[in-house]
Design a protein around this ligand. Structure first.
Ligand code: SIN
Length: 494
């Protein structure tokens, strides 16, 4: 798929540090695999502590000048970057699909989604207002101003290789921070292409630095940034255990943190819901990126009176999904990212079946004979008879599996939904206005979809509570996460 790029120079395999593309010290390389064909499509820099250090030096060096620019100047560069992303949208989508596996239509959507954060934060860069505070004593003027926190380390996931780095870098840069970034080892090419476009947009050397690393060498890179007192913030999207590690290890230098961690989203269908709308909402939210999405429903609770009709409607829709490689425009579910991912799905389905669930649709790997490529495909699956003892009720499956649980009362549904240490997203469908506010109020999550499955938007605050982390991305809150408040008090005015 990469052979078809209109601008092959978007394909970068080196680190970008201090405005220069450069090999990792020691010239180590990491293979990038197409998860559909399992072929190596590129070899990128596999970096270690020295590269991470060089990136932090460059970001630190660039910080004073970057924060010294006006919000409008920073906005202009972000707008130029946004325009270049749109201009290269088809190439970017192909790079995403090639290394991440999602169908091309979804990859095209992801480019627009990621670009929307760049545009939004370009606009917000000019609105970092503070406060004039009425003076508590005469002869004083009190003011609170917003300042960029400093150098930011952005550690980004493979599931949305463009959108996630865009929604971290754009607010950081808008706020006046400089950045060191490390993309997931599975998907470094998209991040590098995005950084190449930032270079073309004219961001000053050292403002954005990119360091790629394999899973084995990632701790060297991240530990270097964790230990560096000049790195003032870590922003991370990924698993809860890694988020906790970052929180512990950054305590030594008391960094600011934004942690967008694992979810275990409940999706509740009450017996007064519009069932067709609920099925549609579930299809949109569950099967986005083949179920490899932190906010996608992991547990579907259906009230007893509508359980069977909902299950029938859902099964018909799921059975019709097309599984295949991104290179086939008809594919709706691509391969899972790697072997570990498909092993976890199999473990969850196997455990659920042993504990009494049964397969309504799917429940198997999809062989190469059906897709034409040897990738790690798993069939879109519906399981009935799920209960809270199953592994899939406790952990995020991160695959195209819908376990359906039956419930009787509203209280029971809310208790089941909240019975998890995670609290990222929740969804529910009902036509009862009073129930809408009751249930929305009681759900312990940072995001709630009410009669809606598509929640993501650059203007909305994205983030969790409980062990799904803290901090918000997108919206005006997403900018504040990269700033701190400085209080100024001038006296002697009488
Ligand atoms: C994620 O899965 O981490 C992000 C999904 C989104 O932005 O909707």
């Amino acid at each position: 798929m990469l052979e078809t790029l209109t601008h092959p120079d978007l394909l970068r395999t080196q680190n970008f540090i201090a405005g220069r593309w450069q090999a990792a010290q020691g010239d180590a390389l990491l293979d990038v695999i197409d998860p559909a064909t399992l072929e190596t499509v590129a070899r990128v820099a596999d970096s270690g502590a020295a590269d991470a250090q060089a990136a932090a030096d460059a970001a630190h060096e660039a910080f004073a000048a970057w924060r010294g620019r006006s919000g409008r100047e920073r906005a202009q560069l972000l707008k130029r970057w946004h325009a270049l992303i749109l201009e290269h949208r088809e190439d970017l989508a192909r790079i995403i699909s090639c290394e991440q596996g999602k169908p091309l239509a979804e990859a095209r959507g992801e480019v627009l989604y990621g670009a929307s954060y760049v545009e939004w934060f370009a606009e917000e860069a000019t609105r970092t207002h503070g406060d004039i505070i009425p003076e508590p004593a005469r002869g004083k003027k009190l003011m609170a101003v917003k300042e960029p926190v400093g150098v930011v380390a952005a550690i980004t996931p493979w599931n949305f290789p463009l959108a996630m780095i865009a929604r971290k870098l754009a607010p950081a840069l808008a706020a006046g921070c400089t950045v060191v970034a490390k993309p997931a080892e599975d998907t470094p090419l998209t991040a590098a292409a995005l950084v190449k476009l930032a270079e073309d947009a004219g961001f000053p050397a050292g403002t954005i630095n990119l360091v790629c690393a394999s899973r084995e060498r990632t701790p060297e890179v991240v530990d270097t940034w964790l230990a560096d007192p000049r790195v003032r913030k870590i922003t991370f999207t990924g698993s809860t255990p890694v988020g906790k590690h970052l929180a512990r290890e950054s305590a030594g230098t008391l960094k600011k943190l934004s942690l967008e961690l694992g979810g275990n989203a409940p999706f509740i269908v009450f017996d007064d819901a519009d069932l067709d709308a609920a099925v549609e909402g579930l299809m949109v939210s569950k099967f986005r990126n083949g179920g490899q999405t932190c906010v996608c429903p992991n547990r579907v609770f259906v009230q007893a009176a509508v359980h069977d009709s909902f299950l029938d409607k859902l099964a018909t829709r799921v059975a019709a999904l097309q599984v295949g490689p991104a290179s086939a425009e008809t594919s709706q579910i691509g391969p899972m990212i790697n072997q570990r991912a498909v092993d976890k799905i199999e473990r969850h389905v196997g455990d659920a079946l042993e504990r009494g669930a049964h397969v309504v649709v799917g429940g198997r790997r999809v062989p190469a004979a059906e897709t034409g490529t040897p990738g790690h495909y798993y069939a879109p699956t519906v399981l009935a008879g799920a209960d809270a003892t199953m592994a899939l009720a406790q952990e995020e499956t991160f695959g195209p599996v819908v376990p359906v649980f039956r419930f009787e009362t509203e209280d029971e549904a809310v208790a089941l939904a909240n019975d998890t240490p995670f609290g990222l997203a929740a969804y529910f469908y009902t036509r009862d206005a009073a129930r809408i506010w009751r249930v929305a109020d009681r759900l312990e999550t940072g995001i709630v979809g009410i009669n809606e499955g598509a929640l993501a938007a650059e203007a909305a605050p994205f983030g969790g509570v409980k062990e799904s982390g803290y901090g918000r991305e997108g919206s005006r809150h997403g900018l504040e996460d990269y700033m701190h408040v400085k209080y100024l008090c001038q006296g002697g005015l009488r």
